[in-house]
Design a protein around this ligand. Structure first.
Ligand code: NAD
Length: 492
C-alpha cells in the first residue's frame, strides 16, 4: 500500500487532505492491481469545496472577468493538457482499461479538442448581449432593452467512470467558459485523469475556488446535489442514480442536466451496405468493452438480411482479440470492475433463460485469469420485449432483432425506455433521413453519421436517457442564465 501513490483533494486553489480516514483504491481492471488511492471526501470536505466555489462566484473575479481574459486562461489550460496527453493516455489505459487507440482518440484526443474549442467559442464575437430594438407597446409606450446571458452560478459536475476525462471536460469547459465556478466529483473507479484538470488549472492561473475537485462517492455526491449554495447539477451516470440526483436537486429547484443510459438501436434496411453497418455493430459491442452510453447495442435488421448479417458478425467477432489493453494488438480490454462483470454475466444468463440464443461469446475468455474480462457476445432469437433488449448491459453484448418494413423498424426502435442515440443504414439517403426523423433519440446517424464527435454536435438524450444537452453552443447554454434588462425608450 505504501508504494501506491496517494492523492489529495483540490479545494480553494490548494491540495488538501480529506478530513476522513477512508480511501478509495483505484484498480487497474486488466491486472487487478491497485494503481492509486484517493481520499473518500466526507460531507465536511464536500461542503468546504462548495463554500469555496460559492465564494469564488460571489466575490471572485471569474464570473465578471472580461471574456477574452477568461478565454486566455482556458487556452493556457488547453495547452498544458495537450502537453500532458501521452501521460493522460497511459493513465486512461491503466484506470479504465481502454485499448490504446481508444485512449488516444476518444478518451483523450476528443476532450482536449473540445476544451480548446470551448475556449475559442467565447472569444469576442460570441453573443453575450443582444439588443432589443425600441418596440411600441400599445397603450404603454416605447420599450427597449437587452437580453443578456450570464453564468448560472456554482455548478456541481458529476461524471461517470467510462470516459473520465471526456465526460469531465464536457462539463467543465462550458462551465468555465460561461463564468461558472465548479465542484467536480470524479467517479470513484476512475478519478486519476480527472485530477490532472486541477493541476493544469493551478498552473494556468485559474483563480482559487473556480475549480474544486473532491474524490469520493455517494456522501460527497449528496452534498453536491442538495447544498443550497449549488445552482446547477450536471450529472452523467446510470438512470437509477440519475433519478436520485434529480430528486435530490428538486428540493432546491436546481437546474439539472442529466446524461443517462442508453440501449441505442441501429436500423439496417434491406438495401444497406451490410459491411459498413457490420462495422458499426461490432464497434457497439467491443468499444470500451461495451461501456459506452451511446453505443449501438440493439441491431434491428430487415428480415431478408438477418442471416447474412449474423453469419458475418459471428465470423468477425472471432477476430476480436481480448486482453491486455496496453498491447497494441488488443482489440478489446476488460470491464471496469468485478461488480460490473457480475452484472453483465447475470444479464447474459437472463437472456438465455428468456429463450434468446448466444451465437458468439457469453463467458469469460479462456486464459485470462486476472482482470475483469468478458467475451464479445451476440444474441439472436431476441424479442424486443426481453430483458436483454430493454436493459443497458454496459458490457460487450449486442442483440439482433429482425423487422419486416420501415414502420416496424421505427416502432421497435422507439419501443424502449431510452432515447440516447440511433442509427439508420439504407441505400437511399433520403429514405434513411426519413427514418432518422422518426426515431425518438437525441442523436441519430445516417449511414455511419459524420458529426458524432465534433465539438459542435449537441450530445444528449430523449426519454429516460436524460435532460439537457452537452457539447457546442447547446452545451454552453446549459451553464448560462438569460436575463432581460428593459427600459422605456420614450421616457429615457
Ligand atoms: P453511476 O450512476 O453508478 O455513478 C455516476 C456518478 O454518480 C458517480 O460519480 C457516483 O459516485 C455518483 N453518485 C452515486 N450516487 C449518488 C448520489 N446519490 N448523489 C450524487 N451522486 C451520486 O454511473 P457509472 O457506473 O459511473 O456509469 C455508468 C452509467 O453512466 C451508464 O448507465 C451509462 O450509460 C451512463 N453514461 C451516460 C453518458 C451520457 O452522456 N448519456 C455517458 C457516459 C456514461
Amino acid at each position: 500500500m505504501s508504494e501506491v501513490p496517494a492523492h489529495r483533494l483540490y479545494i480553494d486553489g490548494a491540495w488538501t487532505d480529506g478530513t476522513g480516514d477512508a480511501w478509495t483504491e483505484v484498480v487497474n481492471p486488466a491486472t487487478e492491481e491497485v494503481i492509486g488511492r484517493v481520499p473518500e471526501a466526507t460531507q465536511e470536505d464536500a461542503e468546504r469545496a462548495v463554500r469555496a466555489a460559492r465564494r469564488a462566484f460571489d466575490e471572485g473575479p471569474w464570473p465578471s472577468m472580461p471574456v477574452q481574459d477568461r478565454a486566455a486562461v482556458m487556452l493556457r489550460m488547453a495547452e498544458l493538457l495537450e502537453r500532458r496527453a501521452p501521460e493522460l493516455i497511459d493513465l486512461n489505459i491503466a484506470e479504465v482499461g481502454s485499448i490504446r487507440m481508444l485512449a488516444e482518440m476518444l478518451q483523450v484526443g476528443v476532450p482536449l479538442a473540445h476544451f480548446r474549442d470551448m475556449a475559442e467559442r467565447i472569444m469576442p464575437g460570441f453573443a453575450w448581449e443582444r439588443p432589443l430594438p425600441p418596440t411600441p407597446v400599445p397603450g404603454l409606450g416605447l420599450g427597449q432593452g437587452v437580453m443578456r446571458r450570464e453564468p448560472c452560478g456554482v455548478a456541481a459536475l458529476i461524471p461517470a467512470y467510462n470516459f473520465p476525462l471526456f465526460l469531465s471536460v464536457m462539463k467543465l469547459a462550458p462551465a468555465l467558459a460561461a463564468g461558472c465556478t465548479t465542484v467536480l466529483k470524479p467517479a470513484p473507479a476512475a478519478p486519476l485523469e480527472v485530477l490532472a484538470l486541477a493541476e493544469v488549472a493551478e498552473e494556468a492561473g485559474l483563480p482559487p475556488g473556480v475549480l474544486n475537485i473532491v474524490t469520493g462517492g455517494v456522501e460527497a455526491g449528496r452534498v453536491l446535489t442538495t447544498d443550497p449554495r449549488v445552482d446547477l447539477v450536471s450529472f452523467t451516470g446510470s438512470d437509477t442514480v440519475g433519478r436520485q440526483v434529480y430528486a435530490q436537486a428538486a428540493e432546491g429547484v436546481k437546474k439539472v442536466v442529466l446524461e443517462l443510459g442508453g440501449k441505442s438501436p441501429s436500423v439496417i434496411c434491406e438495401d444497406a451496405d451490410l459491411d459498413k453497418a457490420l462495422g458499426e455493430m461490432l464497434a457497439g459491442i467491443a468499444t470500451n468493452a461495451g461501456q459506452g452510453c451511446s453505443l449501438f447495442t440493439r441491431t434491428l435488421v430487415h428480415r431478408s438480411r438477418h442471416d447474412e448479417l449474423v453469419e458475418k458478425a459471428v465470423a468477425a467477432l472471432g477476430f476480436i482479440t481480448v486482453g491486455d489493453p496496453a498491447d497494441p494488438a488488443t482489440a478489446m480490454g476488460p470491464l471496469i470492475s468485478r461488480a460490473q462483470r457480475d452484472k453483465v454475466e447475470k444479464l447474459v444468463r437472463a437472456g438465455e433463460e428468456e429463450g434468446a440464443r448466444i451465437v458468439h461469446g457469453g463467458r469469460r475468455p479462456a486464459g485470462l485469469d486476472r482482470g475483469f474480462f468478458f467475451e464479445p457476445t451476440l444474441f439472436t432469437g431476441v424479442d424486443n420485449t426481453m430483458t436483454i433488449a430493454r436493459t443497458e448491459f454496459f458490457g460487450p453484448v449486442g442483440c439482433v432483432i429482425p423487422f419486416e418494413d420501415d414502420d416496424e423498424a421505427v416502432r421497435l426502435a422507439n419501443d424502449n425506455p431510452y432515447g440516447l442515440a440511433g442509427s439508420v443504414w439504407a441505400a437511399d439517403p433520403l429514405r434513411a433521413y426519413g427514418i432518422a426523423g422518426r426515431v425518438r433519440a437525441g442523436m441519430v446517424m445516417v449511414n455511419g453519421g459524420g458529426g458524432g464527435v465534433t465539438p459542435h454536435v449537441a450530445f444528449g438524450g430523449y426519454k429516460q436517457s436524460g435532460l439537457g444537452r452537452e457539447w457546442g453552443e447547446h452545451g454552453l447554454d446549459e451553464y448560462l442564465q438569460t436575463k432581460s434588462i428593459t427600459w422605456s425608450a420614450a421616457s429615457g
